[in-house]
Every structure is written in C-alpha cells, then in structure tokens.
Design a protein around this ligand. Structure first.
Ligand code: SF4
Ligand code: SF4
Length: 239
C-alpha cells in the first residue's frame, strides 16, 4: 500500500491510499528496475497520474460534464512534448504492455507514423488512444481542466472541439466561453483540476532537465535506455 498526496482541484489536499498490486500496468518492469533512480521516478509519476485520475473522477461524478463518446479530436493534429518523467513512464508502459510496439519504435517505426498529430492516435479505434495507460500529463487533463485568471481564481472553458449543440442542450445551456469561478461552482458544483498546479510538481521530478522534447524524438531514447537497464538487471546474478 502506498499513501499519495492528491489535490481536489480547489487548493485543499487530501491523502488517498492506492494499492500497487499485480494489476498494476507497470508491475513487472518496476520490479526489475528496483533500487534504481528510474524506479523512483516511475513511482512518483505514477502517483501523480493517480492523483489526477482521482480528482478527475470527482469532477466527472459531481459535474456530470464529460467529453462526448469517441470524440478524440484533441489528438488529431496534436503531438505532445514530453518531460523526461513522462517519456520514461510512457516507455516503461509500452515495454510492459506492448513489447512489439516498443521494438518497432526502436527500429524507427511508430504505430501511426503518417498522423499529423500523435503517432499513437488510431482514427478507427473507438477511444482512439492506443497507449491510454501510458499517456502523458496533458492528455490526462483534456476536456476537464481549468486555468487561473489574473486574480488567481479558477476558471473553466469547455474544449473548443466540444460540439456546440451538445453544449446548448446542457442544463443550464453552455457556450464556448470562459466561466468564472463563481459560475463554474454554480453550474458544475465544483471546480476542475488546474493543470499548472500539478505541472509544478511534475517538473520537480526532473531536477536536471526541466525542458520538454517532441514525443517522436524523446520516446525512442527512453525505450532504449530502459531496455539497457532492464537487460543488465536481468543478467545480474541474484544475491
Ligand atoms: S498519447 Fe493518446 S491521448 Fe495523448 S495525444 Fe497521443 S493519442 Fe492522444
Ligand atoms: S477534450 Fe475536446 S476534443 Fe478532446 S475528447 Fe474532449 S471534447 Fe473531444
């Protein structure tokens, strides 16, 4: 069991208990990487992702405001840039869950290389993202994320791709505009998570390099790096 600090999107924090179990999507690779800096960063990133998921789940439950089923327009022309911790996590997730894809990426072949946006976006798949459990921070905020106004108050604006007719049928009707903190609380019953609050912690996981790099450029380097450590650890005699 592991305790993690989680934000409820309103500045107050609470502790959530999560179980690192056999069902964990990084269970095997984390075991092999034990006692390495990579294991530490993977676990910290995993905790942050879990805290985002908890907060998002509360927003969806209370607000009832979710993305339309199967939309995914946000990824069509968008390729995320990654921090080191996100690239490490994505590489570990792909090695553990889609080893053939990891090998192909090392040969320079992404699953959907012709995409203008993310090379993991499958137009024909119902939910489009083919590496959902390994996706980076920004993808975990799509559709349910607030920002701060000049007074430091949380504001919310429905995604620009959200169909206008579905917004108009909301009770009360919504539009593509920014809702103040007061309006958001009145309409949705709570405030959404604010990405900048979380990203400060995310950036702190990368003390030596706080810049980002294009997914197609950084991911192969981390897959190669993890496989190298993985092979060394596997070959080491057990003590
Ligand atoms: S990782 Fe998944 S959610 Fe993120 S941009 Fe790519 S397809 Fe979209
Ligand atoms: S964030 Fe916008 S584009 Fe992405 S799935 Fe939600 S409504 Fe669609």
């Amino acid at each position: 069991m592991m305790a993690l600090l989680s934000s409820n999107g309103m500045g107050a924090f609470f502790y959530e208990i999560i179980m690192i179990s056999d069902n964990d999507e990084l269970y095997n690779i984390i075991k092999v990487l034990s006692d390495t800096r990579e294991e530490e960063i993977l676990k910290q990133t995993q905790e942050l992702y879990a805290s985002i998921a908890n907060t998002q789940a509360e927003w969806y439950k209370e607000s009832g405001f979710t993305c339309p089923e199967g939309c995914g327009e946000c990824c069509r022309n968008f390729e995320p840039d990654l921090l080191d911790c996100e690239a490490l996590f994505m590489a570990a997730w792909i090695i553990e869950n889609q080893s053939e894809v990891a090998d192909k990426i090392l040969e320079g072949d992404f699953p959907f290389p012709e995409n203008k946006g993310c090379p993991f976006w499958d137009e024909n798949k119902e939910y489009h993202c083919t590496i959902y459990g390994g996706r980076p921070f920004i993808c975990r905020f799509f559709g349910a994320c607030g920002s701060k106004d000049k007074d430091g108050k949380t504001v919310f604006k429905p995604c620009k791709f959200y169909p206008a007719n579905i917004l108009a049928s909301h009770k009360p009707p919504l539009a593509h505009r920014q809702y103040s903190e007061k309006e958001t609380l009145e309409i949705f019953g709570r405030l959404p998570i604010v990405m900048t609050d979380i990203m400060e912690t995310a950036v702190s996981l990368n003390p030596n390099n706080q810049t980002t790099e294009e997914l197609r450029s950084i991911l192969p380097k981390y897959i190669k790096h993890l496989k190298w450590i993985y092979n060394i650890k596997k070959a080491a005699p057990a003590c």
